[in-house]
Design a binder for this molecule. Structure first.
Ligand code: GLV
Ligand code: MN
Ligand code: MN
Ligand code: MN
Length: 411
């Protein structure tokens, strides 16, 4: 039952936003995103899950057979068990990062219903908007604004590569930016959040296990480096007369690799914007985005300080766009899930940390007891079309998630 429902949902989603590379382009508040949101609403309707949206636009599909309404259950102390993830992608991203969690959550509901389970607390499946920050630059924007960790005015003012602001994008998607903002009422319904996600490394391959429980997320952030220069002719301008913005940028890229190596961190410059962008024009401006992470928060901060000083020496203005300190998932909840998997699902789940950010981390920071399950990825690759999970492991993930929800909602 769960395998069949998983497989058919997966097949329905597959064409949405598929690019020539074999990867996906599913960015917040675009036509592809609209299709994905409609798909989610349709899956909720098909199951009789009541669909709500919070003030950010995150979607929630509610499974609650009473007594009373969801809000009455919450008021009576039965807060919801929430499962889900996101449907958006990075540019040319894989199929699994995000959608695996949403599809598995819907399949887990099917699985539990088929087994005749009646939860003693409401269950919600969520689709968080704009997790990757691919369009507007800040990852987990949907959960950050929901929880007040990203100022709504700042979020509305963020712009995409075409200069379209988040506020304009919301309006174009038929939404009212004035209604956009933190939503304490929506958050107050959540008793716990469990996000299932494809593993984004190869630990489970090496350990020979299909499913893991997460322990923590590395501290991570994004910084914008703006290097000024002066446009001029590539053929007629003597080298000594040039102010080439690209040189500072090149120094940042090499410096990031060097300093990250020294400090045991990771650093990536994966996005660059060159102005005016002509092969035969000296760049007048280069913007590069640094993504910095590591297990040791002090080392990450020291690395970014060093790269900031180095960039400033090259004339850069450096702006911090986001920062997420070390996030630890709820130890009691995680241990409970590990025991459930051991006994109910017969899976001995290792416990893994990760360098990837997730909405579950943002909710954990907001004080919501949160946990994650990871499903084995045989390539160990993510944020790329190479990302993968075998069907059997996906089905094992659904079983594991269903067992967790069953335990968390038992009377
Ligand atoms: C989001 O997937 C991130 O960790 O960059
Ligand atoms: Mn991702
Ligand atoms: Mn993800
Ligand atoms: Mn992520």
């Amino acid at each position: 039952m769960s395998a069949a429902s998983f497989d058919s949902m997966w097949a329905d989603l597959d064409p949405v936003g598929r690019a020539g590379s074999g990867g996906y382009r599913r960015f917040a508040w675009t036509a592809e995103d609209h299709t994905l949101r409609e798909w989610f609403a349709g899956e909720c309707a098909r199951r009789g899950l009541d669909l709500t949206e919070d003030r950010v636009g995150n979607q929630w599909g509610w499974w609650w057979d009473g007594p009373g309404t969801v809000d009455e259950a919450v008021a009576a102390g039965r807060k919801a068990v929430v499962i889900g993830s996101h449907l958006d992608s990075v540019p040319d991203g894989g199929a699994f990062d995000g959608p695996l969690g949403v599809v598995s959550s819907l399949a887990a509901v099917d699985r539990l219903r088929a087994a005749g389970v009646r939860p003693a607390a409401p269950v919600a499946v969520t689709n968080f908007v704009d997790e990757e920050g691919a369009r507007f630059g800040i990852a987990c924007a949907g959960s950050r604004v929901l929880t007040g960790q990203l100022d709504r005015d700042r979020a509305l003012g963020l712009t995409d590569a075409d200069g379209v602001s988040m506020a304009e994008a919301l309006r174009a998607a038929g939404r009212d930016p004035d209604a956009y903002g933190p939503d304490a009422e929506a958050l107050a319904r959540v008793g716990s959040f469990v996000e299932l996600h494809v593993e984004q490394g190869r630990a489970l391959v090496d350990l020979g296990a299909p499913v893991a429980v997460a322990s923590d997320i590395w501290p991570h952030g994004r910084w914008r480096f703006d290097f000024p220069g002066e446009a001029n002719h590539a053929g007629t301008t003597r080298l000594v007369d040039r102010r080439d913005a690209m040189l500072g940028y090149a120094d940042l890229v090499l410096g990031a690799r060097h300093v990250a190596t020294q400090r045991g961190c990771v650093a990536t410059v994966g996005k660059v914007r060159v102005t005016p962008g002509g092969v035969n024009a000296i760049p007048s401006h280069v913007t590069g985005w640094l993504d910095a992470r590591g297990a040791d928060e002090d080392q990450v901060i020291a690395m970014v300080d060093e790269l900031t000083a180095r960039g400033q020496e090259m004339g850069a203005t450096v702006t911090r766009e986001s920062w997420t300190p070390t996030t630890r998932f709820d130890a009691g909840l995680s241990e409970r899930l590990r025991r459930v998997l051991d006994s109910a699902a017969g899976v001995s789940a290792p416990v893994l940390g990760t360098g990837a950010g997730h909405d579950a981390g943002i909710l954990a920071t907001a004080g919501v007891p949160s946990a994650m399950l990871f499903v084995r990825n045989p390539t160990g690759v993510s944020h790329s079309p190479e990302e993968h999970a075998e069907a059997d492991d996906c089905h094992a993930g659904v079983e594991a998630l269903a067992a967790c929800v069953r335990d968390l909602t038992a009377a």
